[in-house]
Structure formats: C-alpha cells, structure tokens
Design a protein around this ligand. Structure first.
Ligand SMILES: [Zn+2]
Length: 378
C-alpha cells in the first residue's frame, strides 16, 4: 500500500470528508452543506513551540491568523473540596466564567474575529442574544470592527445590556428564532463587507474551542481525565473538547481520549433524546422554558456530528429537569464557593446523575466545565 500523505490540517467537512479552501469566512461544505471543521496538522508540532498563555499559547494548533486578543483562556482549574469527596470522585472544575466577556465563547470568538479581521471585513454579524453575542460584541470592539446582532423580539433586555454596552448594533427580528438566522444570511449576501460570524457554523470558532482541550491536558501534566462533563445546546464546546483530545491522542501527547459527556435541559434536549433512542440525528423538539437558556437550541446545526462524536469517545448524553439544575447550582455555590450561570448548572446536575448511575466510578478523575459566570444570571 502506498504511504498515506501527511495531513497538513485545515478545513474539512465532517459530513462527507471533503477538503475546503482555507477561507476565513467559510461556514458550510459546498457539497453537502454540513458545517465545516478545522483540524490541526496530523504531524505533531513540538510542545516546546508553545509559548505565552491562554488560547494563543496553542497558536501552532490553530488557524494561522494575527490574534485579536484580550487574554482569554488560561482559566482556573479548581479542585473540588466537598462535592468530589461526597461522590467519591477526583473532581475538578474548569471555571470558564473567568474569560473576558464572562463565558467560554471567548475562546471561539477570539479566533473567529481574528480570521474575519484578517480577511478585511468591517462588520461582523451573528444571531445570538446570549453569551455568543456578548463575546462577538467584545472582540469586534477590540478589533475595531462594527458588530451587529440579530435577536428575537422576546430576548430579555437584561441579556442585551452587555451587548449594547459594547457598542454593538441590535436588530430585533419578529417571528420564530430561525428568522434571525435567515435575516443574517440575507444581509450578508447583500452587503459585501458584512461577515456572518456564526458561532454555530464557523470552523474558526470551533477551532478556538479546541484550546480548552489543550489547556486542560497541559495543566494536568498531559494526563487526560477519565471523564469530562459539559452543558450542550449546539454542542460546539463538546466537539471542541472531543476534537482536541482526539488529535492529542494521535500525536501521543496524551495516553487516551476522555469520555466526554453532555447534558441538556429536559425542556430542550434534541441531542440527549436522540442519544437515548440510538438515533444518529437530533430529534425534533418544541423547546420549553428552562433556566438553562444558553442551551435552548431546538435544532442544533452540528447535531449529527455531535451524536457521531459521542459514539467515538464513549460519552453519554443526559437531560435534567430545572429543579435538578437549580439544586446543583445552589450546592456548587454553597459547598464550593463557585457561582455560575444557570446553564453551567446543567453539567453539575449531570455529574450527580452520572455518579448515581455508576457511569463515573469511585476514584476516577472528572472535570466539569463551568461555562459562564454567575454575574451573567438574572
Ligand atoms: Zn460535505
């Protein structure tokens, strides 16, 4: 058999495997319309090349763009004092609320805005009234770009305050949530210097999220935990962790890929319901109200990709009720001193559930990702 060529990394379709030109504004595969992924080179860069701290410490593993940065990443990994011992687990929390705009979305946004600034765009747009919108407004301001957010009419004014404070333009769109996405697409097709900075579709955003995997591995002396637990709406954070650890295992940087588990609110759980039924595609849901509003996404664009990745890493997907989320939040705050936004409570509620079920075994190393600051919560 002829030797396989070395994969230089770049944009690739997880749906059909097709390679794409490395365009900074690329979103979906031209053949099958699946959202593209960014993969770092197959040949491992030397770990000695890693310098600095935070997301851009891993620049050799990220797209080659001049960074627009606010010092994101390098967030605290806090050992559990009470919840872990109670569950007989070696437990730690990754506190992503310490990022500049208050959530993990900064990891994806720093890379995406860097790419779009390099491509010469002047205005960046997204459909988000939550953490992704706040992150885009933050990094656009940093880059000297204008930001425009398309938000549903019913978005809470409190959530929009951060976006507005950063000088972003808000376009309120009537009708169902999908109308916001359609409106961005329409305007981007019409306005030449307007880029769709989509936190769900962009491979550059996803690439930035892989930095969490590299950082977690390095700060634990290149040892993978047995389990990672994350909240999931679109599943981007989940995918970033899976892709990062898969690549590190291929390079021999870590001995194994952790089981990565995702948790959704019972009121909107298209991924968890599909997983439990053995479906390879997300199940359609009518989203109900939930305190975990950051994960209220009825049809995740990367849903099929997420379900495939769950099977690859032997992860579990669970749905939890709001009462469980609120109880978990309270325990986390009172027992550990960690105050996080309700969406992060999903992962903590999932931790308790997976421990009860015996998925997490006594003495195993578990890291729970706390996605956003409590200062964000209403
Ligand atoms: Zn494709």
């Amino acid at each position: 058999m002829a030797p396989q060529p070395v994969d230089p990394g770049g944009l690739r379709c997880p749906g059909c495997g097709r390679r794409s030109k490395p365009a900074e504004d690329a979103l979906v595969c031209s053949a099958c319309r699946a959202p593209l992924s960014y993969l770092p080179p197959e040949r491992a860069p030397a770990r000695g090349q890693l310098t600095g701290k935070g997301v851009w410490r891993y620049a050799p593993l990220l797209p080659d763009v001049p960074p627009v940065t606010l010092g994101e990443g390098g967030t605290p990994l806090v050992e559990s004092l009470r919840v872990g011992p109670r569950l007989s687990l070696d437990l730690a929390y990754k506190v992503e609320g310490c990022n500049p705009s208050g959530s993990f979305k900064d990891r994806g946004t720093t890379v995406l805005v860097s790419a779009l600034a390099k491509a010469g765009y002047r205005v960046v747009a997204d459909d988000s009234s939550g953490n992704a919108g706040a992150a885009l407004a933050t990094y656009a301001a940093r880059a000297g770009l204008a930001a425009r957010l398309y938000v549903p009419k019913e978005a809470s004014p409190r959530k929009l305050a951060q976006i507005r404070a950063l000088g972003a333009e808000l376009r309120t769109i009537a009708g169902p949530r999908e109308r916001c996405t359609e409106a961005v697409f329409e305007d981007c097709a019409r306005e030449q210097d307007l880029a769709y900075a989509s936190h769900t579709l962009s491979p550059f955003f996803l690439a930035g999220l892989t930095s969490l995997a590299y950082e977690l591995a390095e700060e634990q002396d290149w040892r993978s935990p047995e389990h990672l637990i994350v909240p999931a709406g679109g599943g981007g954070l989940f995918l970033g962790l899976v892709y990062g650890f898969l690549r590190m295992a291929e390079w021999g940087w870590v001995s194994h890929v952790p089981q990565v588990h995702l948790v959704q609110p019972a009121a909107c759980a298209p991924l968890a319901r599909a997983f439990v039924r053995g479906s390879t595609h997300p199940l359609p849901v009518v989203p109900g109200q939930t305190v975990a509003e950051g994960t209220r996404i009825a049809s995740p664009e990367r849903g099929t990709e997420v379900l495939a990745a769950l099977r690859t890493v032997g992860g579990e997907a669970r749905a939890v009720e709001d009462a469980q989320i609120l109880r978990a939040l309270q325990r986390l705050a009172c027992e550990e001193g960690l105050w996080v936004e309700p969406t992060s409570g999903l992962a903590v509620a999932g931790l308790e559930l997976l421990a009860t079920e015996g998925v997490l075994q006594s003495g195993e190393r578990v890291v729970v990702v706390l996605t956003g600051s409590g200062l964000k919560s209403p």
